[in-house]
Design a protein around this ligand. Structure first.
Ligand code: GUN
Length: 282
């Protein structure tokens, strides 16, 4: 059986070490250095932290990161022009626009504009369509990271009852599809599910991505369930998730901590997607 703590920090370090080897081989054998462009609009503090972590990880692995910081009042057209330039830059393998964007910018139009071959965030409608159809393509980093963490921690998915709480385009919907592709029986619950506890108690694998602090309590979890917490909330007592960790860990057979669970996996999978994009460079 797996350890009780699903250690995203350790598993992501293993993945990053594998990627560093692969990046070195790409350079030695094909003279390719993977390049990731990150566009950040405005000064949202959380987004700044995420973008800086992505940049730092790129540097550590030998990926060239190109950061583009645009003012909060930048026009949609200017952002689209930047994407056009990056789409046509042969040194750039992956393009990531940090979300959320300011209200005056149409997120869908922006994500649509990124070349599918450079869509390392997996948010382009074509990438999402490929996920739905089970075809090869880029998978969004957090959902892919959750599956990778479960697999590398020895958690079997096939045939299990999986319940996802949350239906966002970034996590809830795609992770449900990935669990389905792994042959779980999948239920998606959300804020308008009448008796949420009745649904979550069915779960052998419970993935929580609702964005509400410590919302999932021990009474909502089946004895022996595997619990994945995607939430992250800054509090006076430090970072906490969407799951009340201390009480739920008594019941779970395995659980992700916050921090050190899903978060580090997200970055590792973004790096993995970028290396995959570089490998397919013409
Ligand atoms: N904002 C929150 N999560 C993400 C992510 O995975 N990618 C991007 N681009 N923005 C985000």
């Amino acid at each position: 059986m797996q350890d009780k703590i699903l250690d995203g920090k350790k598993v992501s370090a293993d993945i990053k070490a594998e990627l560093a080897d692969e990046i070195k081989k790409l350079q030695d054998k094909r003279n390719i250095t993977p390049g990731l462009a990150v566009a950040l609009v405005g000064e949202d503090p959380a987004s700044q932290v995420y973008v800086n972590m992505k940049e730092k990880t790129c540097k550590a692995l030998g990926i060239v990161s190109h950061k583009h910081v645009l003012p909060a009042d930048v026009s949609e057209d200017r952002l689209l022009s930047l994407i056009d330039v990056l789409n046509n830059d042969p040194e750039i393998d992956g393009i990531l626009v940090q979300l959320p964007l300011p209200g005056h910018i149409d997120e869908n139009r922006v994500l649509d504009r990124i070349k599918v071959e450079k869509d390392v965030d997996g948010f382009h409608p074509v990438s999402v369509g490929r996920l739905v159809l089970g075809q090869p393509g880029f998978r969004a980093a957090t959902p892919a990271g959750i599956i990778e963490l479960l697999k590398r921690s020895g958690v079997a998915i096939q045939g299990k009852e999986a319940v996802v709480v949350g239906r966002s385009n970034i996590v809830g919907k795609p992770v449900a599809l990935l669990l389905l592709n792994e042959h779980a029986t999948v239920t998606i619950a959300h804020s308008r599910t009448p008796d949420l506890g009745e649904v979550t108690r069915r779960a052998d694998i419970l993935v929580v991505a609702v964005g509400r602090r410590e919302m999932v309590t021990a009474d909502m979890v089946k004895e022996g369930a595997v619990v994945v917490d995607v939430g992250i909330h800054r509090t006076d007592d430090g970072l906490v998730g969407d799951v009340a960790f201390n009480q739920v860990q008594e019941k779970a057979s395995a659980i992700t901590p916050v921090p050190g669970g899903v978060g580090p996996m997200t970055i590792a999978m973004l790096m993995s997607n970028t290396v995959q994009a570089a490998r397919s460079r013409a």
